[in-house]
Design a binder for this molecule. Structure first.
Ligand SMILES: [Zn+2]
Length: 313
């Protein structure tokens, strides 16, 4: 039956295209993906792009898209990133320095699906997924190696800053031999990429003060700004692409958890000690004994705290 259908399809090429079940399932998969990616793509958002912001662990992270109008400048982009981050994580973090942002990095993410609506209904535009960190040191090492192994030509081709390109002479090896890139072009490209990687710590500075982003073009060439058409073209990378197969580059925000949690432990200890003093008052019926119990607990807690710090150090 199937063979007969295929034969019929071959006889009339146009009909095959319409009836081909593989093509139909590919189209169905694309529609399903568009539905899941609705918070990123929207209905008619072709004049805006998205940046994925993520936080959490590498095997389970939260992902939220930041919508950026294509006309937005660098400072506006960073203001929007900051606004969205605090909208998702709570405005109180701005005032409480203990839960501050430690670092902003660039990672590769895979989206597993939409996050459950749960308690906060506003969160349903978020995704869950995983991320992998790139080996920055290895990448820098590779570029340094390229620069170190540069072998100048007899007449080195000059770099033209006004166009950002290398003006090749007719004696350039790239003209004489097919498939060989101009050595000067390779050198300048490696130098520029290395300088971009060396500026990565600026991402954290721009997050805390968006003004830093002016004339620094921190997201240029990093591939974290996803245009509407760029995302749509990812849907065509495989036959029936799976959601997790669509890879995106994203900004990850690392929080200063240790300082925050230390402060919480300290506060809890104080509360517990006061409760135990109150309990001792009820048990012994006199404040003198209760405060003695309290003093003993404070001494014990201090001893444990010092011991814990010594062990960790
Ligand atoms: Zn050249």
């Amino acid at each position: 039956m199937n063979q007969r259908g295929e034969a019929a399809g071959r006889r009339s090429g146009r009909k095959l295209n319409i009836l081909d079940p593989r093509k139909a399932s590919h189209e169905r998969r694309k529609r399903e993906l568009l539905e899941i990616l609705e918070p990123v793509l929207g209905s008619d958002d072709s004049d805006s792009s998205s940046i994925f912001l993520c936080w959490g662990k590498d095997n389970r992270c939260h992902i939220a898209p930041v919508k950026i109008p294509n006309s937005a400048d660098d400072v506006t982009i960073w203001q929007e990133i900051r606004r969205l981050w605090y909208a998702h994580r709570g405005d109180w973090r701005k005032r409480l320095n203990l839960f501050g942002v430690r670092e902003v990095r660039i990672v590769e993410i895979s989206i597993a699906g939409r996050e459950l609506k749960g308690k906060q209904r506003t969160n349903h535009k978020r995704f869950v997924g995983t991320y992998t960190t790139e080996d920055l040191a290895a990448e820098k090492g590779r570029l340094e190696q390229t620069i170190a192994s540069y072998d100048p030509q007899e007449f080195p081709c000059p770099y033209n800053p006004s166009t950002g390109r290398v003006n090749c002479f007719s004696s350039c090896i790239s003209y004489q031999l097919d498939g060989i890139t101009c050595p000067e072009q390779t050198l300048y490209q490696a130098r520029r990429e290395l300088s971009r990687l060396n500026m990565r710590p600026f991402l954290t500075l721009a997050f805390s003060d968006p003004g830093v982003a002016t004339v620094n073009g921190l997201l240029e060439g990093e591939g974290v700004i996803n245009t509407h058409s760029g995302i749509l073209s990812k849907l065509e990378s495989w036959h029936c692409p799976k959601l997790g197969e669509l890879q995106f580059r994203a900004l990850i925000i690392d929080e200063d958890r240790t300082r925050g949690s230390q402060c919480v432990v300290l506060l809890l200890t104080v509360v517990v000690i006061f409760l135990m003093v109150a309990g001792a008052k009820l048990a012994y019926g006199d404040w003198g004994t209760a405060w003695n119990v309290g003093c003993f607990l404070v001494a014990l807690a201090t001893l444990l705290w010092m011991w814990a710090n010594h062990t960790v150090a």
